[in-house]
Design a protein around this ligand. Sequence first.
Ligand code: URA
Ligand code: SF4
Length: 225
Amino acid sequence: MKTRARKAPRAASAPCGGGAGTGSAADFIPPRPSLTRLREAAAHCRGCDLWTCGRVVFGEGPRDATVMFVGEQPGDQEEQARKPFVGPAGGVLDRALAAAGVPRAETFVTNAVKHFKHEQRGKRRLHKTPNAGEVIACRWWLDAERAIVRPRVIVALGATAGLSVFGKPTPIGKFRQQAIQLPDQAQGVITYHPSYLLRLPDRAAKEEAFGKFVEDLKFAGKLAA
Ligand code: URA
Ligand code: SF4
């Protein structure tokens, strides 16, 4: 057995959440970063205890995007593809964006937390919601993405993204369809997380929520125009 600590142990060597992080992603942000340099640096982040949870999924999209979407954290399929919102939630987002007339390719899509927090159950990796400490530790990456892309509108998808983008709990039912001024000149919007739509029990509830979601995306699109 090896006793010497390796600089970057493989994630599989410790369970997800089992590695002590430095407490902040700020320790890993390169000076005067570009999106490419940020992406490279984020791959080695150990800013919180989620660094053993697989690979980092960084944001994706054009540098001049006017709308930025912020999800919670990558899921199982996103971690495998190393791309945000490519699994079932991504499918819902794609359909809603199409219905709202907002081309996804023109938007920047990222997450509040860049690692997939999960619990291993046999072969399956079950989603675990990141806690506030992890959101705060990881927000440096999101802030760096924001500083480069400088979107006109930032759409928080769900409560975790809301906590990250607005810095405090922001109830969706109360704040949806409102433009919230952010300190970096962007307007913030909060709406449902697409996974919430997937979890709704019946078809009628799903359709109603999907309709509201599409309205919120249209609202964000108009705000950015
Ligand atoms: N859920 C998220 O919040 N983000 C993703 O990238 C995928 C699912
Ligand atoms: Fe770094 Fe964020 Fe991953 Fe934590 S979740 S290790 S802060 S990239």
